[in-house]
Design a protein around this ligand. Structure first.
Ligand code: NAD
Length: 225
């Protein structure tokens, strides 16, 4: 089994944290139970380029329970949780290619590693996986059933490819779902942006003046916090 992660010995901690996150993911749990019985994804190869976090990990395990062959790389080198990557490899035999802080070259090497398996479905967050597939691996596109794109920026990139007639397979714009942009972008990113700033600067924020540039869903959520 092919993979590239920081340290397989982090698997135990990754398992514990993934179980903690799963407690807040009851819908996924129900889907996982159904998938275990019905195996709707039997023989389907899924290539995912997403934030490698506990939540994504639980989603990958669910797809695997549904019968899919799952290959995961990181959509953002900074959000990768190395313990989750280790947990997925060790405890679920899922091929993960992600190391926190990886440089640009490794980032694209990892994207190419998941594309090498000639997937049938892509799950993308920012459209780097899909654009690399269209640029370098054109011959494989015939094998694609479809894909998903998570975020605003990715949807904009793919919409422009679709407008130019160069997008070669259908992709669901997850970001357009109300539960995504109304909730994840607004409340999730609102909270995590503030959390990130506090961790990075280690400052007391009371009394500071904030400027939020870009007043879309994420900007509104941050301003709200
Ligand atoms: N990391 C995450 O977990 C996560 C989650 C959700 C969204 N995102 C990303 O966050 C970004 C914002 O997403 P969103 O859903 O809020 O998008 P949005 O389209 O709702 O908002 C973007 C806003 O930025 C404004 N804008 C664009 N260019 C600007 C400029 N040059 N100067 C000032 N304002 C400008 C637009 O007018 C718009 O109001 C996107 O890149 C998205 O992909 C990241």
């Amino acid at each position: 089994m092919d993979y590239d992660i920081k340290d397989i010995n982090l698997a135990k901690q990754g398992k514990l944290r993934s179980e903690w996150a799963a407690q807040e993911m009851p819908v996924l749990e129900q889907i996982q139970k159904r998938f275990k019985k019905e195996k709707p994804l039997k023989g389907v190869k899924v290539a995912a380029c997403l934030h490698v976090t506990t939540e994504t990990g639980n989603l990958m395990v669910t797809l695997k329970e549904g019968g899919a062959d799952v290959y995961l790389c990181a959509s953002n080198p900074l959000s990768t949780q190395d313990d989750v990557a280790a947990h997925l490899v060790k405890n679920h035999k899922i091929s993960v290619f992600a190391i926190k802080g990886e440089n640009n070259k490794t980032y694209y090497d990892h994207i190419n590693s998941v594309l090498k398996v000639k997937p049938n479905i892509t799950m993308d967050d920012g459209a780097d996986l899909v654009s690399t597939l269209h640029k370098d691996k054109k011959g494989w596109i015939d094998e694609m059933y479809g894909g998903t794109e998570e975020t605003t920026t990715g949807v904009i990139r793919l919409q422009s490819m679709a407008n130019d007639g160069v997008l070669k397979y259908p992709i669901i714009a997850v970001n357009d779902a109300n539960t995504k942009h109304f909730f994840d972008n607004r409340y999730g990113t609102g909270q995590s942006t503030l959390d990130g700033i506090i961790r990075a600067t280690n400052r007391l924020i009371s009394g500071n003046t904030f400027v939020v540039v870009g007043y879309g869903w994420c900007g509104k959520g941050l301003a709200l916090r």
